[in-house]
Design a protein around this ligand. Sequence first.
Ligand SMILES: [Zn+2]
Length: 545
Amino acid sequence: MKKIIALMLTGLCSSCFALSQPKLIVQVVVDQFRGDFLAKYQDKFSPNGFNYLTKHGIWYANANHPHANTTTCVGHSSIATGAYPRYHGMVGNSWYDIESNEAVDCVGDEKVVTLNFAKVKKTFPGRSPKNLLASTFSDELILSQKGRAFAVSYKDRAAITMAGHAGIAYWFDKINGGFITSDYYYKEYPRWVSRWNEKRLYETYHGKTWRLSKAKSDYFYQNNEVYNDAYAQFGKSFPHQFSQQNSPYYFKTLMLSPFSDSLAADFAKQLLINEKLGQSSKKTDYLSVSFSSNDAIGHNFGPNSLEAEENLLALDKTLAQLFNLIDKKVGLDKTLIILSADHGVSDSPEYLASHHIATGRINIEQFIKESLQAKLKRHFKVNAPLIKYFDNPYVYLNHQAIKANSLSIDEVARFVCLQLNELNGISHAFSFKDIEDNKVNDLFLSNKVWRMDAGKRAGDVYVIPQPYWSIVKDKNDDKVSHGSPWTYDSFVPIVFASKQFSAHYVTRKVESIDIAPTLSVMLGIKKPSSSTGQALPELVSYYHK
Ligand SMILES: [Zn+2]
């Protein structure tokens, strides 16, 4: 009788009882998946992919990254650590190191080496999380002895940041093929990884064609102009042709199609099976899978293209298959899936222009070289160049020359800002020192820039283009970009889904840095070291009454 009453109550009020902790947490990050895409494509997606998440999920429809530089390494690190870049230290995909005078890759590490499978043409460079200065949720999960953590992505930085320091990361070797790792993680590959790579699934697309799956009239972007000009053989419009063997472009073009995502999903499935994730009754394992092709396609064809649309439909199927396997091996009722994105994206310049929205491209490096260095020399009466380097969006001043000429770094930075602020296409240039000293009034932008101030890595001045403008290096740069603090770049979805949840649509403003502390509070473990995000009560209340 008691059992019947309990069942009746459960049926009437599914969230009245605390749920058991999930056995598996699957964190899905879709690169460049702007916050509005989930609703835009809802009617085109199948019931079991993205729509499974919204049907059984707490959907935060007003979520943003709180930092200014909305790029891949920064976004993934903020999701993983729940911290601002000023604390986790990942200020870009790369930055300029003022001591070595070299560009630093965010996950580069010359002290480690890639574990190779066989003789390779050229070894993929060493990679590790050494530049990540904060702990991640995956780190804290392992430290708490409550579970294991793994991360997979076609992109190295999208896996390494999510695995943290204590988890295991796998990424794709775009030089030789295969999912790889470095000796930071393993001395030799687990047998199942070697077996997966020996199958050489990534070669199956040689000479194949990527076609539209439906009639052209079924797509939102059926009439949009095509404009990519790279990788000639791949073509500018559907059907797209993959090269035969030995083309240096093959692995790059795979990323311009849904197939890099299917490879990542296939590898993640094998990981889940072979590492027996979610099988322990008292533990909660963690798996992050970051899907990269949406970003590559967005840059090359634009988010308002047939390619972007077709790719999202394909990713939806890939997700449905992944969720199906999770259901069979662990159970979707025992799995918590989180969906988010590392950043959003601008609409394509052509699409914006066709709706009378002004866009433009500005080359700051050229302006510094051809005009600003000379102006600085004249103004401060010095011979040495006072700007050392520009690595968008950071200006690094020549501290040595400034000190040698008894000048003030603050004054030089302020002069640089004044000059950059004059340019057509620039919204604001901020001196980090002026923001620290509270000398700036524009809090919407300056707060976002303050969150980027990780000391030497971030330089002295931060440059922000006008909305829908982009800062470029040359004419070959990506036609569509992200990286600005404007809302189209910061807007991302956040969904927490489990078979046991009913659909919630939350319009309250939340941030990407809330994800990691929410998971920690849910499991009752320490939050990541520098996390400043809030634990989201809608999720936590399912597990704690
Ligand atoms: Zn990108």
